[in-house]
Ligand binder design. Sequence first.
Ligand code: ADP
Length: 161
Amino acid sequence: MRTAIYPGSFDPVTLGHLNIIRRASTIFDKVVVCCMVNSAKMGWFTLDERVDMLKRVTSRYINVTIDSSDILIGEYAKRFEGAVLLKGLRALSDFESEFSMAHINKKINSTLDTVFLTSDEKYTFLSSSAVKELARYEADLTHFVPREILDDVREKSKKMR
Ligand code: ADP
């Protein structure tokens, strides 16, 4: 049984993230999307809200589960035997930070490998930060976030103004 752990902030989940999750669900037996508590990133959504949105947009994928964690991902991964970490790569800029993270995670957990899926070209320039910036200007978000969470993002952006 091959499990992929896909960690991130998902603040909020975008169509870029969902594209990675969908493709991973056809490659791996099980995909665990792990919503991380990241003190360095000041988010819009609470952990519970991010987990809830992820659950709604992935409900059709039977081998995908949503979890959350406030511990190092290298430690978290120890509870899944033989699991790999999954990361999405948008551009060279992602590569540089992900490359060093992969090495750090390997130091924390010597059996933990990181695998990368390249972003679909439609979503190469898409990030959660870009979604929040667009939402602030009330832009149409239908090409950027799953339709199930459009209202959540719109509502939150009103509160953040
Ligand atoms: P963001 O960088 O948008 O805030 P996260 O920190 O939640 O997103 O990222 C979680 C993972 O998803 C990382 O591996 C990141 O590289 C990947 N990812 C983010 N956006 C995309 C995208 N548009 N296409 C592919 N992978 C992505």
